[in-house]
Design a protein around this ligand. Sequence first.
Ligand code: SAM
Length: 256
Amino acid sequence: MTVISIDDKAATVTVSDEKGSRVLPLASPEAFSLVSRAWLRAGWDVKYVYGFSWLGRPVIQLPEDMIRIQEVIHALRPDVVLETGVAHGGSLVFYASVMKVMGVGRVVGVDIEIRPHNRRAIEEHPLKPLITLIEGSSVAPATVAAVKAQIKPGERVLVILDSNHTKAHVLAELDAYAPLVSVGSYAVACDGIMAQVAGGPRTKPEWATDNPTEAAKEFAATHPEFRLEEPPFPFNEGLVTERVTYWPGAFLKRVR
Ligand SMILES: C[S@@+](CC[C@H](N)C(=O)[O-])C[C@H]1O[C@@H](n2cnc3c(N)ncnc32)[C@H](O)[C@@H]1O
């Protein structure tokens, strides 16, 4: 158990953990990491990520993760971003907007239930020409077949898994969709934050081990063509080298 206390006047963080107690300058990457972790937990408890939209559609993501995945999309220039878990469509619209500006690619979104008002709003969105919606469980054979039918041989594909976040479901999604991922691209298992926030409001105790990060870890251990690898920061003149994220250990890079 780690306990931190912040003295913002002295600009220090006191941390007590199994190694003992020590005082860190607030202006240190270690203090930033500890404070970020506490901020993520507080954000979970107050539903911080349920307060953003992108070009008119609610998007349920930590803004930090959106910036980072934008960097990945920009570097990869995928032909297709496949996302499971559409909800209001904000993340699909976000990826589509990035791809529209880049002049390359389109997005395919899968959800077990696309509510009529969400479908209507997505279909009326100016970015709709870049968006294909598929309704059905992401692991149902008919859905997997419908997704595969959207992708042409040789296309560069990035897969983002943001639907049901149990380990079993994410593993089943990885079995279905990881083969579509191009070499050099990623399958991204979103929302492994569940392990860090277990015990908080709207959580279950089993989230400590039943989460997407565990699925990604297990998948990497059994699929040598993938390894867990953080995408590089394309720009970094600061001291922070790790993502502040809801997606810890999420990036499965296809290496062959
Ligand atoms: C966290 S939300 C997605 C958020 C969205 N990607 C965004 O950033 O705004 C999860 C979505 O997954 C969908 N979902 C749950 N189980 C699913 C399944 N088995 N197959 C496909 N979608 C599923 C839910 O209906 C819900 O809309």
